[in-house]
Design a binder for this molecule. Structure first.
Ligand SMILES: Nc1ncnc2c1ncn2[C@@H]1O[C@H](COP(=O)(O)OP(=O)(O)O)[C@@H](O)[C@H]1O
Ligand SMILES: [Mg+2]
Length: 303
């Protein structure tokens, strides 16, 4: 039980409980799994909610969430899925899956696309089934389970295909939209945008939504305060101060995933040293390498 006035007012109530535990137990609770509703993420979730609420239209509006990797795209999809969880139908007869999340396979083809979609639906796969059969089964199941929004993560994988496969996947996206009349949200890096833009009809149907790298400013300061409120340290670190904000932004290279990894590593270092807040020394001591440095070391190890 944590009592008010215990000096933990910089923390969210859930984090206060954890901050009161001994350091070794706190170490076991890392990394963090806590949704931070920063403005761009909230706006993206609101867009997806709007798409779910929209009545079945002749031509549903689609969305393309574009941003660098490790910048919160999958978290947005997960958030949306959690707000509309799968359930059993009222008559208890079948599953209802309002938000279906699938991943574009790394080596895309229509066949693998349908396999991924059927797997996301929890449907059995027919290894030898013809394409027509897969297509029919997929559409039938999607109607039955009442999918209101199809989210395709890692959409940039489309461009990993040969030209024929790229076209095949683009046709498929158009077909699904037309056939099922449900909105589709694609998530991916800028290659996802290129994959959509190279097809005129798709380009018109997907509204781009950018999730850019973070830059310095008031929003970054607020994000760092949100992180500070969930890191289980007893004293405030003042991560939003320019003194800490600048190195955090620089080392993480501006994605939320890297900032999170750096801050978790710094929290680990603090707890291991018996410190209750993050300072410049701990940021430097954290077991964390910036992405560029990681890549450099990896490539050097290949020589
Ligand atoms: N809204 C958020 N709140 C808190 N942490 C987040 C949020 N979005 C992303 N993160 C952190 O960033 C990491 C990478 O996010 P993810 O959604 O997997 O990125 P992407 O799909 O763009 O590659 C997550 O594992 C999490 O640690
Ligand atoms: Mg992702």
């Amino acid at each position: 039980m944590v009592i008010a006035g215990d000096g933990l007012s910089h923390l969210l109530p859930s984090a206060r409980e954890i901050a009161a535990l001994p350091a070794d137990e706190r170490l076991n609770r890392l990394p963090l799994h806590h949704w931070i509703g920063y403005p761009a993420a909230q706006a993206a979730v609101a867009k997806l909610e709007g798409m779910i609420a929209q009545p079945p239209a002749l031509r549903p509006a689609n969305l393309l969430i574009v941003g660098p990797s490790n910048n919160g795209k999958t978290m947005i999809a997960e958030r949306c899925r959690r707000l509309h969880p799968a359930r059993t139908s009222v008559d208890g007869e079948h599953q209802v899956i309002p938000v279906l999340v699938m991943q574009m396979p790394p080596a895309p083809s229509a066949r693998r696309f349908y396999s991924a979609l059927l797997a996301a639906l929890g449907a059995p796969l027919w290894a030898n089934g013809s394409m027509d059969l897969r297509e029919q089964m997929t559409c039938r199941i999607m109607r039955k389970v009442g999918v209101r929004l199809l989210i395709i993560d890692e959409l940039h994988n489309i461009l990993a295909g040969r030209p024929g496969q790229v076209r095949e996947c683009q046709n498929l996206l158009r077909f699904l939209g037309n056939e099922l009349r449900i909105p589709i949200a694609g998530l991916g890096t800028k290659e996802a945008y290129l994959a959509i833009r190279s097809d005129d009809q798709l380009e018109n149907r997907f509204e781009p939504f950018l999730l850019p790298r973070w830059t310095d400013g008031a929003e970054l300061a607020r994000l760092l305060m949100s992180f500070e409120a969930i890191l289980p340290l007893k004293e405030p670190s003042n991560l939003a101060s320019p003194e800490l904000r600048t190195p955090i932004l620089q080392r993480s290279e501006g994605t939320i995933g890297e900032m999170s990894a750096l801050l978790v590593a710094a929290t680990r270092a603090a707890l291991e040293r018996g410190c209750e807040r993050i300072d410049l020394d701990l940021l430097a001591a954290a077991d964390y390498l910036p992405p560029t440095e990681r890549r450099r070391q990896f490539e050097a190890s290949l020589q």
